[in-house]
Design a binder for this molecule. Structure first.
Ligand SMILES: Cc1ncc(COP(=O)(O)O)c(C=O)c1O
Length: 396
């Protein structure tokens, strides 16, 4: 189906597969129903709002990193669920944003007692205040994704928390929040909670809710759902039926769509190099940041620098896939294909819906891929076309 669809596309395009998105949402709903936790969509990872009518049927609301994301939640999520929760965390809020956020947010989570006290008089009654804590334990690698590295700015550490309570109080605080996971299974949460309870257990007792953050890879095949559900139930039992929130982004958009592009030229410099109309730097920056090599349909990931490289029978044709940008490291990866690549051949990159569209940029004036949805009924619709004006508007 996707291959047929790809052939028809004239421009690079992300395709969100609605059926796969709904399969993820059903798993998340199952966790909610069994554990009584609330699950919010982290817009930083997945903000494809044309799909929110469906997402809002399954999840309780959104979590935002600031005013823009929160406003998107207000406009495009609460429209389908008037009780949708809008939660916002920022390492540091500006006063002008707090003034706007207070009229429609449910949870505003501060990263310091200082910010909380500076802004608490601006908050309307509907807003519940949260504080982000740093439980000093995270198994995340590499460091760029680890909020508990030494010197981290994310969350109040136990020592600072205790110190702050000599000046401030928890009187107006309804919740605590931590985010220490990235693509992790529930065993990591179990180990993390030991630290959360060790350092902050006394304060949790005074709270209405606790937010376990994102990074729970709930929709991945090997994720231990039962353990997650048990952990939440046990936690609620220990802390007077406290409300537990999870705020995954990646688990919502996990493996529910592709990025389609095409081969523009093929050159040779030691290897065959296919230059495509897609770029790691502009369309899939995590490939360079993390880094990782994305899967491509009908190919196998290889390493052309491997001197012992043996190609398998089916995948005989090796290529390095590079982008049209000036950055020499803007390489998508090395792949062996089943057939020789030709100019115009479609390249279908897998699992390209989370942390891609939200991070896109127009470096080198490379066009932004269109956004399309493959509906459950098999119909395909392009919901957004970008053009030169989008590039121009952002530059001067
Ligand atoms: C505070 C917070 N919540 C939620 C998330 C979503 O995490 P993920 O998309 O890995 O589930 C992130 C990601 O960085 C985060 O920083």
């Amino acid at each position: 189906m996707i291959k047929q669809l790809a052939k028809r596309l004239k421009n690079p395009c992300y395709i969100l597969e609605e059926k796969k998105l709904e399969d993820n949402l059903k798993i998340l709903k199952y966790v909610k129903d069994k554990s009584n936790a609330k699950i919010l969509l982290a817009l930083k990872g997945f903000a494809f709002w044309s799909s929110f009518k469906m997402v809002a049927k399954y999840l309780d609301g959104i979590t935002a990193s600031g005013y823009y994301e929160a406003r998107l939640g207000l406009e495009e999520f609460r429209k389908y669920n008037k009780n949708a929760i809008i939660s916002v965390f920022s390492p540091a809020f500006k006063q002008k944003d707090i003034k706007k956020l207070t009229s429609f947010s449910n949870h505003i989570i501060f990263n310091s007692f200082n910010q909380m006290y500076s802004y608490k008089h601006l908050l309307k009654k509907n807003v519940e205040i949260g504080l982000r804590i740093n439980p000093m334990y995270s198994e995340v690698k590499p460091d760029i994704y680890n909020p508990c590295i030494e010197g981290s700015r994310l969350g109040i550490n136990p020592k600072e928390f205790k110190k702050a309570l000599k000046t401030y109080s928890l009187e107006n605080v309804s919740g605590l929040h931590f985010h220490t996971h990235c693509e992790q299974n529930s065993d990591v949460l179990k180990r993390t909670l030991e630290y959360v309870v060790k350092y902050f257990g006394n304060y949790i007792n005074q709270m209405k809710w606790i937010n376990f953050g994102g990074g729970h890879h709930i929709t991945r095949k090997d994720y231990d759902l039962k353990l997650l559900i048990d952990i939440i139930k046990d936690f609620k039992a220990e802390f007077k039926d406290i409300d537990v929130y999870l705020e995954p982004g990646e688990a919502v958009g996990w493996k529910c769509g592709v990025l389609v592009g095409e081969v523009v030229d093929i050159i040779n410099n030691k290897f065959n190099i296919a230059i495509v109309d897609l770029s790691a730097a502009t369309h899939m920056p995590d490939c360079l940041e993390m880094p990782y090599t994305p899967e491509i349909l009908d190919s196998k990931i290889i390493n052309l620098n491997d001197t012992d490289l043996k190609l398998q029978n089916l995948y005989k044709y090796p290529y390095r896939l590079g982008s049209p940008s000036c950055l020499s490291g803007d390489i998508i990866g090395d792949y062996a294909f089943k057939k020789k690549l030709k100019i115009g051949d479609k390249i279908i990159i897998q699992d390209m819906i989370h942390y891609t569209i939200v991070k896109n940029n127009t470096f080198n004036g490379i066009p932004l891929p269109y956004l399309g949805i493959l509906k459950k009924n098999g119909k395909f619709k392009i919901v957004k076309r970008f053009n030169y004006d989008d590039y121009k508007r952002r530059n001067g």
